[in-house]
Each structure stands twice: as structure tokens, then as C-alpha cells.
Design a protein around this ligand. Structure first.
Ligand SMILES: Nc1ncnc2c1ncn2[C@@H]1O[C@H](COP(=O)(O)OP(=O)(O)OP(=O)(O)O)[C@@H](O)[C@H]1O
Ligand SMILES: [Mg+2]
Length: 599
């Protein structure tokens, strides 16, 4: 399966939403923190207010320069110092409140989403790719963090400064304000046009970078195959091609940016110089004081900065709205399989009687093809039943339904006479131990991997289980024994070792029902024998359903059930079934691996 590369890093690639209102989906997470929000808002208004007052102070100082006594000047400077300190404290406080709020909310969202998806049945993961779920938990929440933790506050502050600054500009000089407003479109239009072009080029550039790094990672992940087929030069050329393309697109982006810089700086400065020039005449004509002119210029710069900041933030808000939509979708996702409202609880450990009554089931992804059709099967407590049949016959599906990963459309599955649908899933699953067809090993120590079967087991119990699973010997020979890290997906273990760890895990769980989906991949004779011994130990005194691919396993079962195309076609012991000379006999001849040849 292709793993999604760089999950969590491709922020720019996440889709935006036109519906800014989607951000409202964050409210349930913000509501508990209203006090913080209020505090942040106050700090924000406070600092914006102070920023707006500062130019007034500057004017007083400048205009007072000639006339004022040194004593008065001292006072002005002291006041300026006080205001600056207030501004500093207010800004620090705002940063703290806003960012902390953002981090808190995002942590809550991450937990809520994870809690939601970790319980989802497999049908959900057939619809949404796991990589996409991960991107939502990591990248999309990061987007939201940047919005709550900065964009919103930056936007609000700039909005205040824009409005306040504009009003104060008007008060300072209506004439100059009018001139500036005339200038605005002349400066803003090229910025918007070139800015748009720049974004397109930026995205293009990003795509090329992504392609080239995707190409590199594919080659590097299979570097041995590349070398074995002496494919290096072809790979080098392909990578070089992609990298050059990305350079070319970077070049046009850089050129556009350079031109834009020239235009924008020229425009802005000519505008500023022009306005200053007119303002200067007003000053020499005595219509305006120097301080007022300086004050006006500062306001103009603040307002222009605010406009610039606001135009940047819009696209961030859209992106965060998209992220919110996707997270809310996950949070509201309905699971096809649900726990009952009034569940029957198992008061005692079940004996392990299993029953399938006329079960018909289609996988949601393949509604036309029945995976099971009219299957009825009873397994008595303590019985070992082998499920056999050609590939795709529906054997693993039986195990999936028994764990209630899916619900059958027809018929019912029950444990000790209680329908699975009437119980909470975690209530009956704790009485089942599963060894899946593809063994799952976690990136942790061997000990933790076994303990996964029963988290409260002691070290001694873990080792006992490992002994029973014929895993103790190899585990104690590992460099750090049971505490050896086994690598991601257990890459540092052999196939047979992984299987024995999985069996030890199931033994440790000590459940009355054992579900074993024998691996199809063949093991060498020695590992095979060890795994077989472990399985025998495990099946002792439990109801065991075992999907069998090995003759040795099949022969040991109390009963063999033969599946074909989703139906049970025969049942009996090995000898009886061979006698009938049906599907089983041919399977026995052709398909079962011999396994234990000593058997
Ligand atoms: N998640 C799924 N979505 C759709 N179809 C599925 C899914 N899992 C299995 N199937 C289909 O259901 C049928 C039964 O599959 P199942 O896994 O039960 O076969 P099996 O008997 O265990 O085969 P094998 O011996 O190869 O493991 C097959 O046709 C398979 O393609
Ligand atoms: Mg299978």
C-alpha cells in the first residue's frame, strides 16, 4: 500500500473553503474558554488603542519642541516611556492569551477527532483513506491553530487599526486623506494583480517540489531494487529533470516577485513623497504644523500596513474554514456499526458458544458480490473448528463478522446465545483473542507487543505467554531480551518470529474464544513447527475458529468446515471429507501446505 508521504507537512495543499462561516464549527471547542477569549479581546483592543494614540503623542512632542520648557519635554518623554511599556505588556499579554487559547483548542480538537476515529469500524476506513484522516488530525488542526493563535487576532487588530487610523487621518487632515484615498487604487491594483499571479506561480512551484521529493522518496525507499536493476542513471535523469522543472518555475516566480517589488516600492514611495510634498507646502503656508504632518504620515503608514495584512489573512481564513469543514465532517461521521442503546452485559466470562444463523453479508465496498451467503454454523464451547476453502471463499470474513467489524444484512451472529448486536462491542471483544492473517507488530519493544494482549499483565505473565508461544528462546537471545525494540511494523523480526509474538499476545489475553487466521505465507519447516506448537498450546480449552492453510492444523481440528464462494459446502473430519472426494479432497491434494511433515 502506498503510504501518504509527508503527512502533516503539506499545509499549502489543503483545500480552501469559500464558506468562511464554516469556521463556526469551531465554536463548540471555543465555548468552554470564553473567559480566555474575552481576556484576549480586551488585550487586543487595548494594544490597538495604544498604537493609535502614539502618533498623537509624537505630534505633541514635535510641535512642543520649540515652545516647551525643558521641564515639559521631560514630562512628554516620561509619558512616552510609560505608554511604550503599556504597549509592550499589552502585546505580550495578547500574544500569551491568544496563542495559549489556540493551542488549547487545537489540542482538544485533536483529541476529539482521534477519539472519534479510533472507534470507527472498517467500513469507515474504506471510505476515507487513513492518510487523509492523519492529515486532518495533523495538518488541518495546525491550520486552525494558526488561525486562532494568530490570524484572527492579527485580523482584528488590523481592522481596528485600519478603521481607527482612517478616522484619525481624517481628523488630522481631510485634504491629505482625500489624496491618499485617491492613491490607494493606483497602488493596490498592481499589488492584487501581481499577487494573484505570484500565488499561482507559487503553487506551481510547490507542485514541482512535491513531485521531485515524491520521486526521490520512491527511488530511495526501493534503492536496492534500483541498484540491482542498474537503474541509477535513469533515476538520476528523472530526478534531475523534475528538479530543473522546479527551478524553472521558481525562476518565473522570482522574476514576478522582483518586478512586483520594483513597482510597489516605486508606487508607494512616489505616493508618499507626493503627499509629503503637498503636506510640506501646507506646512510652509502655515495651514498645518510639522507635528501634524508627521502624525498624518504615521497614520497613513499604519493604515496601509493594516490593509496589506488584511488582504493576506483572507486566504488563510478560507484555508482554515476548509480545515474546519473537514474536521467537523470527521467529528460528525456516522459509523455503520453502532453499539446498542441498552446493551446486554455479559455478567460472567462466556463459555464460548458461537452461532451463525443464516448469515448473508456483502462488504459495503462491494454490494453486488456476497462475501457470505446463507451461512449457518454452530461451534460448541471448547471445540476447535478449522475453516478451509479456496482464496476469497469468505473465511476471514467469518472472523470479521464474529468481531462485529461489520453487521450482516441477514441472519445473526451470537456468542453464548446473545446476539452480538445486543452487546457493546468492547464488552464481547474482550473475550476474544485474535491472531490476524497479517500479523500486526507495533513499533515498540517485544514485551510491549505481547502485553498489548492484556495491558495489566505482569512481566512474569508476559514471559509465560512467550514460553507457551515458543517465542521465549529467540526473545531472550535478542540484544536487550524482551525489551529489544522490534522496529516499525516489526521489521527487525522474521516472519515466524512475528507470528509467535502475535500468538503470545493472544495467549496472554486468555480469552475463551480464539480466532486464528493462519498466515498464507509459508514459513520454513523449523519456524513452522514452532508456530504450530504455539497454536496447539493456545487452542487448549478454548473455542477456537481457525482459518487453516496447513494440513497439520486442519487435521488437528475437531471439525472441518469447507467454504466456497461464501457458502459452506461440506463439514466433517479430515477422513470423512477426503472420502467424499469433493472440494476438500482436491484442496488437501493441491493447496494445503504440508507444514509438519512429521504429522
Ligand atoms: N474489505 C473488503 N471490501 C470488499 N470486499 C472484500 C473485503 N475484504 C474481503 N473482500 C472480498 O470478500 C471475499 C471474501 O474474502 P475473505 O477475506 O473472507 O477471503 P478468505 O477466504 O479469507 O481468503 P484467503 O484465504 O485468501 O485469505 C473475497 O471475494 C474478497 O475479495
Ligand atoms: Mg483470509
Amino acid at each position: 500500500m502506498a503510504r501518504k508521504q509527508n503527512a502533516g507537512m503539506d499545509i499549502d495543499e489543503r483545500e480552501k473553503s469559500k464558506r468562511i462561516g464554516a469556521l463556526g464549527g469551531l465554536w463548540p471547542f471555543m465555548r468552554p474558554h470564553q473567559l480566555w477569549i474575552f481576556g484576549a479581546f480586551v488585550a487586543l483592543v487595548f494594544t490597538a488603542g495604544i498604537s493609535l494614540i502614539l502618533p498623537l503623542a509624537v505630534r505633541r512632542v514635535i510641535d512642543g519642541f520649540g515652545a516647551a520648557t525643558p521641564h515639559l519635554l521631560d514630562k512628554y518623554f516620561l509619558a512616552a516611556l510609560g505608554v511604550a511599556t503599556l504597549l509592550a505588556v499589552g502585546t505580550g499579554l495578547r500574544y500569551y492569551l491568544v496563542t495559549r487559547l489556540g493551542e488549547r483548542i487545537v489540542a482538544d480538537i485533536r483529541k476529539a477527532v482521534f477519539d472519534r476515529v479510533v472507534g470507527m469500524s472498517p467500513a469507515f476506513y474504506e471510505k476515507v483513506m487513513t492518510g487523509e484522516v492523519l492529515s486532518r488530525i495533523t495538518t488541518d488542526t495546525t491550520l486552525i491553530l494558526s488561525v486562532i493563535g494568530s490570524s484572527v487576532s492579527v485580523a482584528l487588530r488590523n481592522l481596528f487599526i485600519f478603521l481607527g487610523g482612517l478616522i484619525l487621518m481624517l481628523f488630522t487632515s481631510a485634504k491629505l486623506t482625500g489624496l491618499v484615498l485617491l492613491l490607494v487604487p493606483i497602488v493596490v491594483v498592481p499589488i492584487i494583480v501581481l499577487g494573484r499571479r505570484l500565488r499561482v506561480l507559487g503553487r506551481e512551484n510547490q507542485e514541482w517540489i512535491a513531485k521531485s521529493s515524491g520521486n526521490a522518496s520512491e527511488v530511495l525507499l526501493s534503492v536496492q531494487t534500483v541498484q540491482a536493476f542498474t537503474h541509477e542513471n535513469i533515476s538520476k535523469n528523472a530526478f534531475s529533470e523534475l528538479t530543473e522543472r522546479s527551478f524553472d518555475s521558481a525562476k518565473s516566480r522570482i522574476t514576478t516577485r522582483a518586478i512586483m517589488t520594483v513597482i510597489v516600492i516605486t508606487m508607494i514611495f512616489s505616493g508618499v513623497v507626493g503627499v509629503l510634498w503637498i503636506g510640506m507646502h501646507d506646512v510652509t503656508d502655515g495651514d498645518m504644523s510639522i507635528g501634524a504632518l508627521v502624525q498624518f504620515v504615521i497614520y497613513a503608514v499604519m493604515v496601509a500596513g493594516a490593509v496589506g495584512a488584511l488582504s493576506e489573512i483572507w486566504s488563510e481564513l478560507q484555508r482554515a474554514a476548509g480545515a474546519t469543514e473537514r474536521l467537523v465532517e470527521l467529528l460528525n461521521a456516522e459509523d455503520d456499526v453502532k453499539d446498542p442503546v441498552a446493551p446486554v452485559t455479559l455478567t460472567e466470562r462466556p463459555k464460548g458458544a458461537i452461532r451463525f444463523d443464516n448469515v448473508t453479508f456483502h462488504y459495503p465496498a462491494r454490494p453486488k458480490q456476497a462475501a457470505l451467503e446463507g451461512v449457518s454454523l454452530q461451534v460448541k464451547p471448547g471445540e476447535t473448528v478449522a475453516l478451509v476453502g479456496p482464496s476469497g471463499a469468505g473465511k476471514s470474513t467469518i472472523i470479521q463478522l464474529l468481531q462485529r467489524f461489520y453487521d450482516p444484512e441477514q441472519g445473526q451472529v451470537s456468542l453464548d446465545g446473545v446476539a452480538l448486536g445486543d452487546m457493546r462491542r468492547d464488552d464481547f471483544r474482550k473475550y476474544m483473542a485474535l491472531v490476524p492473517q497479517d500479523v500486526v507488530i507495533f513499533a515498540a519493544s517485544a514485551r510491549e507487543n505481547i502485553r498489548f494482549g492484556r495491558p495489566d499483565a505482569t512481566d512474569a505473565e508476559v514471559e509465560e505467554a512467550a514460553k507457551a508461544a515458543a517465542a521465549h528462546d529467540f526473545l531472550s537471545r535478542l540484544p536487550e531480551g524482551y525489551d529489544t525494540y522490534v522496529g516499525e511494523r516489526g521489521v527487525m523480526l522474521s516472519g515466524g518470529q512475528k507470528q509467535r509474538i502475535a500468538i503470545a499476545r493472544a495467549i496472554l489475553r486468555d480469552a475463551p474464544v480464539l480466532l486464528l487466521d493462519e498466515a498464507t505465507s509459508a514459513l520454513d519447516a523449523a519456524s513452522e513447527r514452532l508456530v504450530q506448537a504455539a497454536v496447539d498450546e493456545l487452542a487448549q480449552g478454548r473455542t477456537t475458529l481457525i482459518v487453516a492453510h496447513r494440513l497439520a492444523t486442519v487435521k488437528k481440528a475437531n471439525r472441518i468446515v469447507v467454504f466456497d464462494e461464501g457458502r459452506i459446502v461440506a463439514q466433517g473430519t479430515h477422513d470423512e471429507l477426503v472420502e467424499q472426494d469433493g472440494l476438500y479432497a482436491s484442496l488437501a491434494r493441491l493447496q494445503f501446505t504440508e507444514g509438519l511433515s512429521s504429522d
